[in-house]
Design a protein around this ligand. Structure first.
Ligand SMILES: [Zn+2]
Length: 677
């Protein structure tokens, strides 16, 4: 663990422009810097970084945070790693917590992990070199060429993909890597722990786990080699061996080697948590807001080489929730592009639960039987792949379709099939998807050749679809987009929301409809209030100004709460600081994280924008505008209040409620007196 003291020192010394500037080209504009957002694709910059606040915000995709958050989100570092990263650059000594023994243990642990990463790095470099130097590597290069990858080309996407995935050749022989590690002064222990070397059963020493294989390095989200996947190659002929000056290995067993051999799990590699290619794909996944899942690592590399770069694959495991979480760092949309065979179908089915667990929306792109994504890309190019991905179905549609696609034989089978479709629909939790799926009932009947309406009704009833539109959180979490283009219900609903104009149309049956004029003035007032609140974000020192109290009286709703929260943060900082340094100084800038943590949720997006890109550069014009806005707001509110009391008076009169009428009148006089004073 890192001491709080170190964390504090890093936070006080870190500089957003220096740290983020390593990844984004930033230009000064006013009080902040702007650049092209690294989290989404854009042509005009909307990514703002404030160095005085150490805070970034993108107006395009709404990401925001401090430099630590940036490193975590953009580079995949953990919090502790981000702190270490900054400390290293700023020359800050990292102090560990705990007693001496704990610290030593932690340091020892880190050293051991470092050695394992080093072993992986040495091996990856060695394999890469062997791919061009080893006399038998042409068998590996042949394999690559078969996939349309040209390892000898000097330029082009292919060679870039080869480098990005650190494609290499594990040489023919028992101890090539073992000797290489020894030559570089690396111990065998770390290499053994990550499964690169295996201890000899007879006598001391180690032998290589990967021999005569085409190698793909597995990288973590920081680009470190954590494991390998090695593909078997054809055995060299005796002639080839003789030419290379090598003798046959004599494995002692005649079984053909496994087609793929993967590194075992180790302290730096947990296969449930790692997706092959995510490091290379992450920016593209974020930009396209979509992650394509394929089955094999070779597919990942060859699709990357053809320009489809948002592709990943699980390695040596079915798709897991942990992997889903990794994808969710960049997008919540996944498309499974699995082989059209029954294994591919099973893999697709088994991905449903883990994806749902982490809120990943999965669509399924079906490949023709016997065609893998690589075949498709080779025959039709990137466009063919994009077309198939574009024509993907929702997971539920896909599962129902494939249940119906199997050949039906007899009435029992039909009943069984209906049961399975029912079960699929019932499992679906999203009401929008269920409503959509209900329209499938007709198809189901038709496909199974059910002409009897009673059977069909029974099927429909058992599905129990609620036709009412869903409400609540599922509207916001992206699931509504599940069926864009194919689901009339979802479309209709979205259209409804878009065409709903809060100024002219109030939902009936709830509050009494407001005249449009008044709703408009309310909207105008809200904008002014937001500007008033924004001025305090631009210059917190205004909170100590007399105008601050006027704002406190005039702001309403969440903005009033926000004002109070901001004031509390400002005061608490002031109290801490006044005991130590010059309080006036400290109060000019408050930590964005403490402000955002205190504000009502509804204000966080606005506040975050304003913190990263303050509207005002100078205090005086900012104060001037603030005062003008306070006057405008006061006027608007007076008008609205009067109108409101008059409304209520009319109502009281109509109902003959004399008591109520009196109290409203006196309230009105009280307010009028107050204003005159
Ligand atoms: Zn962005």
């Amino acid at each position: 663990m890192i001491s709080q003291e170190t964390v504090d020192r890093v936070k006080s010394r870190m500089n957003a422009i220096r740290i983020i500037g390593e990844y984004v080209k930033l230009e000064r504009r006013g009080r902040s810097h702007i650049g092209l957002c690294p989290f989404h694709k854009e042509k005009t910059p909307s990514f703002h970084v404030s160095d005085e606040r150490n805070f970034y915000h993108c107006f395009g995709c709404s990401v925001s945070g401090d430099p630590i958050r940036f490193l975590m989100e953009h580079e995949g570092l953990s919090f502790v790693e981000a702190i270490r990263h900054i400390a290293e650059r700023e020359g800050i000594d990292v102090v560990e917590t705990g007693d001496d023994r704990d610290r030593l243990q932690a340091a020892e642990q880190r050293r051991r992990l470092e050695e394992m990463y080093d072993a992986g790095a040495v091996a990856a470099t060695f394999y890469e070199r062997m791919l061009s130097e080893h006399p038998l590597a042409e068998l590996a290069r042949d394999e690559l060429r078969k996939r349309g990858l040209e390892p000898d080309q000097q330029s082009g996407d292919g060679i870039d993909a080869m480098r990005a995935f650190r494609v290499g050749y594990a040489p023919y022989g028992w101890d090539n890597l073992a000797r290489q590690l020894r030559d570089q002064g690396a111990g065998a222990q770390p290499a053994e722990r990550v499964g690169l070397l295996v201890p000899r059963k007879t006598g001391p020493g180690h032998y290589d786990r990967f021999r005569h294989r085409l190698m793909f390095a597995v990288l973590d989200l920081r680009g470190r080699v954590v494991a390998f996947s090695g593909r078997a190659l054809p055995e060299p002929t005796e002639e080839l061996l003789a030419r290379a000056g090598l003798s046959p290995l004599g494995t002692g067993n005649s079984d053909a080697p496994a087609k793929y051999l993967n590194s075992p799990e180790s302290p730096i590699y947990r296969k449930r948590e790692v997706l092959f290619g995510l490091y290379q794909a992450r920016h593209s996944v974020r930009e396209r807001d979509q992650c394509i899942l394929v089955e094999g690592n070779f597919d990942v590399v060859s699709l990357h080489a053809r320009g489809i770069t948002n592709v990943v694959a699980p390695l040596g495991t079915a798709f897991t929730a942990e992997q889903g979480k990794e994808i969710r760092r960049y997008t919540n949309q996944a498309v499974m592009l699995f082989d059209g065979d029954s294994a591919g179908r099973r893999a697709t089915e088994s991905a449903r639960a883990p994806a749902r667990e982490v809120g990943l929306v999965v669509r399924v792109a079906s490949l023709p039987d016997g065609v893998d994504p690589d075949d498709l890309a080779r025959q039709g190019g990137a466009d063919a792949v994009r077309r198939v991905v574009g024509a993907s179905q929702s997971m539920l549609e896909y599962l129902i379709e494939s249940t119906l696609d199997e050949k039906v034989s007899g009435a029992l089978d039909k009943a069984e099939r209906i049961k399975r479709v029912k079960a699929l629909m019932e499992e679906e939790e999203d009401p929008t998807v269920r409503a959509m799926a209900k329209s499938y009932a007709d198809t189901v009947a038709e496909r199974l050749g059910i002409a009897d309406p009673a059977t069909l009704r029974a099927l429909e009833a058992s599905v129990g679809v609620d036709r009412r539109f869903p409400s609540g959180p599922s509207q916001r979490d992206g699931r509504a987009a599940f069926h864009s283009g194919s689901a009339p219900v979802a479309e209709e609903r979205r259209g409804g929301i878009n065409s709903y104009d809060p100024l002219s149309e109030q939902p009936r049956g709830r509050a009494a409809p407001q005249p449009p004029e008044r709703a408009k003035s309310r909207n105008q007032a809200h904008e002014i209030e937001q500007e008033i609140f924004g001025a305090f974000l631009d210059f917190p020192s205004l909170l100590g100004d007399a105008v601050s109290w006027e704002a406190a009286n005039l702001l309403e709703g969440d903005l009033a709460l926000g004002y109070v929260a901001l004031r509390q943060v400002w005061e608490s900082v002031g109290q801490v600081q006044s005991a130590t340094e010059n309080p006036a100084n400290a109060r000019t800038s408050l930590a964005p994280e403490s402000i955002l943590g205190a504000l009502p949720q509804s204000l966080s997006s606005y506040a975050s924008q304003r913190l990263a890109a303050p509207k005002h550069d100078q205090l005086d014009p900012c104060r001037g505008e603030l005062v003008a806005n306070l006057r405008r707001l006061e006027k608007l509110q007076a008008v609205r209040e009067a109108a409101h009391v008059v409304d209520e008076l009319h109502q009281a009169q109509a109902q003959g409620d004399f008591e109520q009428e009196l109290s409203l009148l006196s309230e009105r006089f009280r307010r009028a007196r107050e204003r005159r004073r």
